[in-house]
Design a protein around this ligand. Structure first.
Ligand code: AP5
Length: 224
C-alpha cells in the first residue's frame, strides 16, 4: 500500500505525474480539482458553490474539500493506497487529513513536492488542454494529443480551463504562495517530504519520482 500526496504550484505537473503513477501502481488518483470541475459541469449544489471561486483562482472552503476527500478515502479502492493531487492545500486541510487517516489507522508515506520556476508554470498553463470527461491533461507544444483538439482516451473535444486565463493564473499562484507553500514546513519534520525538480520532460520528472520512491517497501515504480 502506498499513500502519496503531490504538492506543488499550479502547472507544476501534479496531475500529469499523478496519472502516470496511479496507473503504474494501480492505486486511485484523487484530484480535488477534477472532482470540483465535474461538479461544476453537472451544476450540482457543490458545483454551484465552487464555480465562481474556481474561475477566479481562489481556493474553495476547507470544509467542502475535506468532505470530498473523506468520502473518497472511504471507497474500497482506496484501501490499496491513494494519490492525492491538489489536497491538502492549507494547514487546516492537512490537519483534517491527519485526522481522517488516523481514524482509518493509516498514514502518509511520501509527500512529493514538485518544484518549477514561475515562468515555466505560466507557459505550461497557457498551453494546457484538458479532457472535460476524464481530466486527461495535454499541452499544445510539449504534450499534444495524437489527433489535434481531441482526447486520446475517449475522443472528447479538449477544452482550455477557465482558470488558465492570465488573471486567474496570477491569483492561483498568489493563493499557492500564501496558503499552500508553507505545507512543506508542515511535512518536513515527519521525514516524508521529497522535493522533486519538476523541470524537464514528463518522462524525466517521472524518473526522478521513481528514484525518490525507491526506498519504499513496495520497491517503488519500475524505471520509466
Ligand atoms: P487544481 O485542479 O488542483 O489545479 P492546480 O493545483 O492549480 O494545478 P493544475 O491542475 O493547474 O496543475 P498541475 O500541477 O496538475 O499541472 P498539470 O499536470 O495539469 O485546482 C483548481 C481549483 O480547484 C483551485 O484553484 C481551487 O479553486 C479548487 N481546489 C482544488 N483543490 C482544492 C483544495 N484542496 N482546496 C481548496 N480549493 C481547491 O500540467 C500543466 C500543463 O503542463 C499541462 O499542459 C501538461 O501537459 C504540462 N506539463 C506537465 N508536466 C510537464 C513537463 N514535465 N514538461 C512539459 N510540460 C508539462
Amino acid at each position: 500500500m502506498l499513500n502519496l500526496i503531490f504538492l506543488g504550484p499550479p502547472g507544476a505537473g501534479k496531475g500529469t505525474q499523478a496519472q502516470r503513477l496511479a496507473s503504474r501502481f494501480g492505486i486511485p488518483q484523487l484530484s480535488t480539482g477534477d472532482v470540483l470541475r465535474r461538479a461544476v459541469a453537472e451544476k450540482s449544489a457543490l458545483g454551484m458553490k465552487a464555480k465562481a471561486l474556481m474561475e477566479s483562482g481562489k481556493l474553495v472552503p476547507d470544509e467542502v474539500v475535506n468532505g470530498i476527500v473523506d468520502e473518497a478515502l472511504a471507497r474500497p479502492e482506496a484501501l490499496r493506497g491513494f494519490l492525492l493531487d491538489g489536497f491538502p492545500r492549507t494547514v487546516a486541510q492537512a490537519t483534517a487529513l491527519d485526522e481522517m487517516l488516523a481514524r482509518r489507522g493509516r498514514r502518509i508515506d511520501y509527500v512529493l513536492n514538485l518544484e518549477v520556476p514561475a515562468e515555466v508554470l505560466v507557459d505550461r498553463l497557457s498551453g494546457r488542454l484538458s479532457c472535460p470527461n476524464d481530466g486527461s491533461v495535454y499541452h499544445l507544444r510539449t504534450n499534444p494529443p495524437k489527433r489535434p483538439g481531441l482526447c486520446d482516451k475517449d475522443g472528447a473535444k479538449l477544452v482550455q480551463r477557465p482558470d488558465d486565463q492570465p488573471e486567474a493564473v496570477r491569483r492561483r499562484l498568489s493563493e499557492y504562495q500564501e496558503k499552500t507553500a508553507l505545507l512543506t514546513g508542515y511535512y518536513k519534520p515527519r521525514k516524508v517530504l521529497r522535493t522533486i525538480d519538476g523541470v524537464g520532460t514528463p518522462e524525466e520528472v517521472e524518473g526522478r519520482i521513481a528514484s525518490a520512491l525507491r526506498d519504499h517497501p513496495t520497491g517503488g515504480p519500475a524505471q520509466p
